[in-house]
Design a protein around this ligand. Structure first.
Ligand code: NDP
Length: 247
């Protein structure tokens, strides 16, 4: 994969899957804006690690649920790099609970970061991408968006919503050289899954043909694939990186 000269924005790039995506894109030669909302030190470290790979990189704080901050994130990439070629909407949270007990606040928080956040960033980035007549947008969905999961009505809605939104935007932008795809991870070893109890982890392992959790780097490899020039005829797709869980 050669991404030399490409300029990427990765939301939630300071840790977990986002961190692995930043490093994979940088290793392939792309300049990277490492977005974060709270993890400043971690994001600065990822940016430094990217620069050590020989690319330009900097950390930028923005809460993607705020449209103004999402605009400023893309503006920062434009100012420093002169363009945006790759947008990875990775920022995401969970606020799990059964439907009967799920609060409005928990529903809204998940939708506003996971779904509206991606909308804000895509809307901001598509303008420069349309001018360039080139763009790669990769949205991190989840197998939960395809299959549902008890206790995650809000999260599943956000991740299924990302798929419908990505396909719609893919149709709008295909003629401009911009592709929009989703990567749908299964259960990946990060802070998000570290909190699961051993009993839940054992139950999950039983549902995964590969019989193990995935690694963030395995998700990042799929993202880098979609980001490449070579993937230009692929759009509106959902690629599951899940050890066979959702097939
Ligand atoms: P983590 O909890 O490890 O990381 C979440 C990331 O999202 C952090 O970098 C965090 O940044 C960022 N973030 C949260 N809120 C905001 C916000 N308002 N604005 C900007 N950034 C924000 O999660 P993972 O790495 O595991 O998950 C990454 C993505 O992959 C998520 O979208 C998740 O839903 C998805 N996913 C994960 C799976 C898994 O098994 N781990 C499975 C399927 C999908 P900060 O710390 O700075 O707030």
């Amino acid at each position: 994969m050669n991404l030399a000269g490409k300029r990427a924005v990765v939301t939630g790039g300071g840790r977990g899957i986002g961190r692995a995506v930043c490093l994979a894109l940088a290793a392939a030669g792309a300049d990277v804006v490492v977005n974060y909302s709270g993890s400043a030190a971690a994001a600065e470290q990822v940016a430094a690690d990217c620069r050590a790979l020989g690319v330009r990189a900097f950390a930028h704080r923005a809460d993607v649920s705020d449209p103004q901050q999402a605009n400023e994130l893309v503006d920062a990439a434009m100012k420093e790099f002169g363009g945006v070629d790759i947008l990875v909407n990775n920022a995401g949270i969970t606020r799990d609970g059964l439907l009967l007990r799920m609060s409005d606040a928990d529903f809204d928080a998940v939708l506003s970061i996971n779904l509206a956040g991606a909308f804000h960033c895509m809307r901001a980035a598509c303008r420069p991408m349309m001018k360039q007549r080139f763009g790669r947008i990769i949205n991190i969905s989840s197998v939960v968006g395809l299959r549902g999961n008890a206790g995650q009505a809000n999260y599943a809605a956000s991740k299924a919503g990302l798929i419908g939104m990505s396909k719609s935007v893919a149709k709008e932008l295909a003629g401009r050289g911009i592709t929009v795809n989703c990567v749908a991870p299964g259960f990946i070893r990060t802070a998000m899954t570290d909190g699961l109890t051993d009993a839940v982890k054992q139950k999950l392992l039983g549902e995964i043909p590969a019989a193990r959790l995935g690694e963030a780097e395995e998700v990042a490899a799929a993202v880098a694939f979609f980001a490449g020039e070579e993937a230009g005829y692929l759009t509106g797709q959902v690629l599951c990186v899940d050890g066979g869980m959702a097939m």
